[in-house]
Design a protein around this ligand. Sequence first.
Ligand code: CA
Length: 233
Amino acid sequence: MTPARAGSSRANGINMRLLLVEDDSALAADLRLKLAEAGYAVDWSASARDADWLLRQEDYQAVILDLGLPDQPGLDLLKSWRHAQQDLPVLILTARGAWFEKVEGLKAGADDYLAKPFHSEELLARLNALIRRHNRAVPGQLVVGELQLDEARQAVLLAGQALALTGHEFRLLRFLMHHPGQLFSKAQLAEQLYDLEQEVDSNTLEVFIARLRQKIGKERIVTRRGQGYCLHV
Ligand code: CA
């Protein structure tokens, strides 16, 4: 089977591209849809050989790897990547009840695992956590387009220039940068800003969004009517 390539989603050097290695085409189709809805561009491969080839061609942010592949055990593929110093986050999919696959997978360098069957929501949550952890592991490396997050200095740089942000604006922007392309309702974003002294309502949140837009450029925060906001990728 020919590997399926997602359309280019890369803009301004951001990479929200995933490699999905799964020979069950129905499951793969379902996951591709869910991942695309969550803002990822997904390349799909149904064999170890194609997956290995794609990984050499493209920059991915993470890999979802089924261990039961037709041409080569996914575990061997993972071992070969780690042997070649490939340190991308890899989430493995293991067969139902095959607890040993999970153990072997983690030993071979998987960052996380999910046993089939699973809910796509859980896959998304784990994937996002994995990518976040990976980005945090390299301080100052979280870059979304021209925006760069400097956790140590609690600052965000736009095209190399530090932005003057209030505490709330910083927290909001940091949260969005950790989830680029992902849509959040006003309530979800307000929750990120909530602290002991102050509850943020949706009108206040709109004010924060408007001020952030003035500082980083209107087009960088996209409004989806009736749904919420997302950071443009
Ligand atoms: Ca399989």
